[in-house]
Design a protein. Sequence first.
Length: 264
Amino acid sequence: MLIAITRLVSPAIDRCELTHLERIPIDLERARLQHHAYEKTLRGLGVEVHSLPEEPHLPDSVFVEDTAIVLDECALLTRPGADSRQPETESIARALAPYRKLFNIQAPGTLDGGDVLTVGKTIFVGLSSRSNQAAIDQMQAFLKPYGYTVKGIRVTGCLHLKSAVTQVAEGTHAAEGTLLVNPAWVDKINFPGMKFIEVDPSEQYAANALMVGGTVLYQPAYPKTQARLEAAGIYPILVDESELGKAEGALTCCALIFQVCGET
């Protein structure tokens, strides 16, 4: 069974952290309606959604992905790169504790979950304005006993690694899988053995897709890149989270999705 931990949109979302976008007004009610539809889509895929209460004093708290990395064997609580976001991990720790052994990233490490892409036993971590080498070193120490390799990757032009690349298909015995990538923001050479679908150059933010089991969720705002996905045999379910996009959010940001395991 898959579980998704989500959180209601904070009424303070208009005070969100911004790095690469200009601040424009966010329609709170529209953002909440879109987020509700996102959760409904996950439920329609058989995912058990655990929606946490809103955090009125934590503007970015709907973006739960940034607070933890959930693997089959354990979970890492991050130390977000924006100081204002670090209190978000407290309630996430309580939500994850029944399911996983927890580790904590400590100072001077900083890590946002949006910078983490896990493909099999390889974990790619974006070296960005939010995540640093100290966190990567801690991750490797925590996860080496479980057989994981952690690799830092330089990211330019965007907030997180998963702004630039996400997985859209599982691998076979001959390949590790397929990645949707914006090659202007991350170099494909960092992902040996992978197949790639490049975003349309006119849709620079189009590389973020959410894979749930064998299904891909995708934003309707990127029709040219959607056509490239479909040409590769990937037919996504369209889910509009455009209002949260004004807060530099995306589909992967809004849920922590993981398998219920026999042991924690």
